[in-house]
Design a protein around this ligand. Structure first.
Ligand code: ZN
Length: 419
């Protein structure tokens, strides 16, 4: 590609930055609370209104619009018959009181990129598609990655009826209420894509700290969720001497301190978090008999993730033995680390370098649709900075001038792939 074409796309994006700003502001108004956060669980009224808005924008951009069986929204540019094409997008749902960039920005970046490519260069050699994946966050139903599991054929049909929200409404019922046809789940599977690129906010503070424009994701961290239960003995807090107690909370406290130290010592990107704790019987004057706590452990390398889990379990056993309490472990969730596709990583890196956009290789500490998609389709991710690393919060923010470089890399990469 000539230098002229390269700067042409980036310049066009800069000239049309108001389009991107309007997209972001408008999409962020669906589900916005008066105090600022956004609540947009899958298939809710607000979600569906956002879905219709996106469909309108895709149609206005001249894309061929369709929703699949679970409500993933696709906008096609080019001819399907031309061969395997490329898709870009992210998820439309939000966490409870989330921000307007998590997920939404990836859809809008793809829409803007493909719209601008169409305006500048017309018909591509291979088809390009924008996708708004219906669900990723698990904020309505207990299971996550509904959209990406549907397109990779890894969503079991039973789950649509068995997975229910707090009101007892199943995924299938909620999807049907929006006019989708979940009985046709198989038809949502995509075997005709040659690649997928997801732009997303970092949701961490590394890019913001080092003041670089984009992150090229190498891997998405593996996650293990575990419930640890310490069983001691409830005793009178006044009459039971310290040396005769089996205090479940003291054991948990020792374990928590050690879990923190283990991940810290392993170094980045290892993380381990105890985020939830329940104490029984939970009274001022009773020695705690039982503590149930959650542990979230993550690492991007499988062997180091296994090492982290092993160390954490050992720390819990040691703390339990010291306090003469029992400890049991329950595995709740286990996701193996996902390596992004080398060919897409190389393409994104080369494209950023050619555009003079500062970039760094990164590991994603958060889960993303890309970790599901990459199991079937060559996939890569572009990160743009998150102000102070804030995310899953109404404080989530990325200024427009820190969004444009990411969209430029995306648009340029799609140009190289499809034109
Ligand atoms: Zn997200």
């Amino acid at each position: 590609m000539t230098q002229a074409v390269q700067s042409e796309i980036y310049n066009y994006i800069k000239q049309n930055e108001h389009v991107i700003e309007e997209y972001i502001e408008k999409l962020g108004s669906f589900g916005r609370l008066s105090e600022g956060g956004i609540v947009r669980p899958v298939y809710s009224d607000q979600w569906f209104a956002a879905h219709r808005q996106l469909a309108d924008w895709m149609a206005e951009a001249g894309l061929e619009v369709r929703a699949d069986a679970v409500g993933n929204l696709w906008g096609l540019h080019g001819r399907k018959s031309a061969g395997k094409g490329y898709a870009s997008g992210s998820h439309l749902d939000t966490v409870k009181e989330g921000g307007k960039y998590d997920g939404g920005l990836g859809i809008l970046a793809a829409l803007a990129a493909i719209r601008f490519l169409k305006e500048l260069y017309g018909e591509p050699r291979l088809p390009l598609e924008v996708v708004a994946l219906c669900e990723e966050e698990g904020s309505r139903f207990s299971k996550t990655f509904l959209g990406s599991r549907a397109i990779t054929g890894t969503l079991p049909a039973e789950e649509l009826d068995e997975n229910r929200d707090a009101e007892g409404i199943s995924v299938a019922e909620a999807a049907r209420a929006c006019g989708f046809n979940p009985a046709q789940l198989d038809s949502a599977r995509r075997t005709d894509l040659a690649g997928f690129i997801e732009l997303h906010i970092e949701q961490g503070r590394l890019l913001d700290d080092v003041k670089l424009e984009v992150g090229i994701v190498q891997a998405i961290t593996g996650t293990r969720h575990m419930t640890v239960t310490f069983d001691g003995q409830a005793d009178h807090a006044g009459t039971t001497p310290m040396d005769l107690r089996s205090d479940a909370l003291v054991a948990a406290a020792q374990a928590i301190t050690n879990i923190n130290a283990i991940a810290l010592k392993m170094g980045r990107p290892a993380v381990a978090t105890v985020g939830k704790l329940s104490i029984e019987p939970g009274a001022t004057n009773i020695v705690p008999a039982r503590v149930v706590m959650t542990v979230d452990m993550r690492h991007s390398e499988p062997d180091k993730k296994a090492f982290l889990i092993c160390q954490v379990e050992q720390a819990c056993r040691t703390a339990a033995a010291t306090q003469r309490v029992e400890v049991t472990f329950e595995r709740e969730m286990d996701r193996i680390p996902a390596q992004m596709s080398p060919e897409i990583i190389n393409l994104l890196k080369a494209t950023a370098d050619e555009l003079g956009i500062s970039n760094m290789a990164m590991v994603s500490g958060a889960g993303h649709d890309s970790q599901v998609v990459v199991e079937q389709i060559p996939t890569g991710m572009i990160f743009v900075p998150s102000k102070s690393g804030r995310s899953h919060s109404r404080a989530e923010y990325t200024p427009l001038d820190q969004i444009l470089p990411g969209i430029a890399v995306l648009a340029q990469a799609l140009y190289k792939l499809a034109y």
